[in-house]
Design a protein around this ligand. Sequence first.
Ligand code: XMP
Ligand code: MG
Length: 204
Amino acid sequence: MSAERGSERSYMGATAEESWYGADIERVVVTEEQIRDRTAELAKQVAAEYGAVPGVLLVCVLKGAVMFMADFARALGRLGPPVELEFMAISSYGQGTTSSGVVRILKDLDRDIAARHVLVVEDIVDSGLTLSWLLRYLASRSPASVEVVTLFRKPDAVKVPVPVRFVGFDIPSEFVVGYGLDYAERYREMPYVGVLKPEVYARP
Ligand code: XMP
Ligand code: MG
C-alpha cells in the first residue's frame, strides 16, 4: 500500500519532460502557465461582453477543443452569466493536415439553440474553412447571437472572412500538438502545446 502511494506521488509530480511525450517534442510553443493565464483573461473579456444576457450556450467542437472547453467554462463560470455546454463532432474532408471546408456532422447539437446566445469554443482556427461552415450551420438555427472564442489562430486564418471575436494566441503556421490537439490521436493529454520532432512523423 505504501509503495502504491509512493508511485502515485511520483506520477502526479512528474514533469512534462519526464512524461512519455516529452521526448517527442522539439519545441514548446505555448506553456501550461500561458494557457492558464490567457484562458482567465478570455473569460474576463467574455464575461464583460455577456454581462447582460441570461445565459451563454457554449458549443465545443470535439475533440480538439475539449481541454479548452473544460478550462474556459470553469473560468467563465466564476465571472460571467450561467453557461450550458453543448458538444458537436464534425469531420472535414481534407488532404492530410489541411481541411477542405467540406464538412460532415458526426454528432449534432442535443437541443434547440433558437434565441440562445451561442459561443463556439474552438481549439484552433487555421484556414477558417471548418469554422465558416459551422457558423453558417448554427446561424440557420436562429440563435440570438453567435460568436467564437478560439484558443489558437494561425496566420492563414486572417485571409478568410470568419469573424472570430475572441482569440487566445496567434501562433506560427506549424502543426502543433497538445492541450487537446493531436497527431494520429496522440498527444492530446499534454498540458502545453508544442511542435513534434520531425522523426515522429517518420515512424511507421
Ligand atoms: P481549418 O483549416 O478549417 O482547420 O481552420 C481547423 C481544424 O484543423 C485542425 N488543425 C490542427 N490540428 N494541430 C492539430 O492537431 C494543428 O496545428 C492544427 N491546425 C489545424 C483542427 O482540428 C482545427 O479545428
Ligand atoms: Mg486532429
